[in-house]
Write a protein that binds this ligand. Sequence first.
Ligand code: ATP
Ligand code: MG
Length: 613
Amino acid sequence: MSEAGPPAKPTHFLRALIEQDLAAGTWDGRRFGGSPGDAAHHAAGPVDPARIRTRFPPEPNGYLHIGHAKSICLNFGLARDYGGICHLRFDDTNPEKEEQEYVDAIVEMVRWLGFDWEAGGSSHLYHASDYFDFMYLAAERLVERGLAYVDEQTPEQMRASRGDFATPGTASPFRDRAPADNLARLREMRDGRHADGAMVLRAKIDMASPNLNLRDPAIYRIKHARHHATGDRWCIYPMYTYAHPIEDALEGITHSLCTLEFEDQRPFYDWLLERLAEPATLPDGRELAPMLRRPLPRQIEFGRLNLTYVITSKRRLKALVDDGIVSGWDDPRMPTLAGLRRRGYTPAAIRQMADDTGASKTNIWVDHAVLEGALRADLEGKARRAMAVLDPLPLVLTNWAEVFGSATHLEPCSAPAHPQRPELGARRFHLGPEVWIEREDFAVDPPKGYHRLVPPRMQPDGTTAPGGRVRLKYGYVAECTGFDRADDGGVARVHARIVPDTKSGTPGADAVKVKGTIGWVAACDAMPATVHLYEHLFTEPQPDAGGRDPREVLNPASLRSVQAWVEPSLAGIEAETHVQFERHGYFVADRREHAPGHAVFNRTTTLKDGRGR
Ligand code: ATP
Ligand code: MG
């Protein structure tokens, strides 16, 4: 190839928009005061070294879920790709539902996904509650300019006078109150002189606007509630739609990416920021400088990510936790990042899924298999291998003493820790006279085409067909000679003979051909383990479709726990280690319960799509 070709086409519309902005120099030369602040603060700072600024603004009222991961990957990813900075901002304007526990969990999960907010020697982790003073001052400014008023109607009256799509709203009797009276009232609200719900501050825009969000939206309400960060300092709190644009502007955000449901809020977003960024003259002649600097942030909406078999509403996820349907926010069946992590999902797989699904102007449903595919692709190269028997049946090798000269002999075996990664070395374990095999690897009445252990059988012609032969993986060929029945009629134990000189890796290994290879672990050194086998939490791909309560479609088989035997090479592994149990799938040592001497594994996913999920 000679010269670089034409620039690669942006993979989605957000990239295209940012590239246009960068090409047009839309954001060039704007200043950044080193921290969030008002117009004067930024004007005094140097030119912003960040070419763009984005932000991920969770409300700390729950744990992050896979939908948030999409937003995190977009915001942090775009900032990284275009020489920008992404802020982590806690949108903590709603005191009652927010908690420090959630704040901490969010920080941990964004880091876990592989992103951070340190840039240019400073940390860009912010809290909307840090801006309460500014937000309040801005509210007073709107009141003084006659752009906001205190409405003392009841909530019902307000709702009724708002009108609907077909009917314009009607003005509140308080709409034309004088700015000085409104200001006094607002200060009373702030000073705790009124009860919750007694009045609200509303922006004065247009009661006849076809956009209902412009019909004098509430911007401050009274809430005598303790805030997890500001304590009892405030008893009025800004509404989200008022707070959010201000947060973006104070932080110098260039591209404020949000989900589609905020599209109708954009006119208010722009209205508010324009009012606060324009100079103003008060009725008494006072000249006021702009409170916010330009250029103003721009809100851009993209479609939500929905994943099949999963719900992504914090409220609904919380109900699962509160009802005890799952063990907590990090239950491995939860689509929270904490749950996915515990299940064994990797940050790389989640980021890959986010990249692969791009961004569009419609809400999208992504098949859960897409995420699992990305996960398998990541784990294939990472996960060490081991044998595990999840549904154990004893197999006795009856000619052991004969073949090895001693009933107590243990035969050393080895296997690569990873078939494509010799640098990871070998796993070592023993074969002994008693081993555990998978119950499904033995059949008294085998179905057609079954190539594993079957007992010798009488044929119609009176002769006896020999028992089935299999290779005990990494060990010897064994031939079934019979089995014992348990009292309940099931199979208690299988008998087999070792075929001498057939050990894997020796010249005789190929002398005897077998059609089946089975996993095993020897009773002499197998390690007991609790294994949790997970499936989707819901039986329906769209659990909350049409407003259905997802609790109506719970999958009763979403968790099955078994007592398994696993290879001794897993004895020292740490929690969160990924392992491929050969033939069974990918598993992870549980980060909460796994400990030395107490092995606990979660099935992350099966080896192939659609099996046993
Ligand atoms: P929930 O409805 O679960 O409470 P939310 O959107 O209210 O979610 P926030 O904490 O406000 O949760 O969200 C933080 C950011 O994550 C927002 O910018 C929001 O748009 C984005 N986000 C949330 N869910 C999704 C999703 N499913 N797909 C893409 N982005 C999402
Ligand atoms: Mg929200």
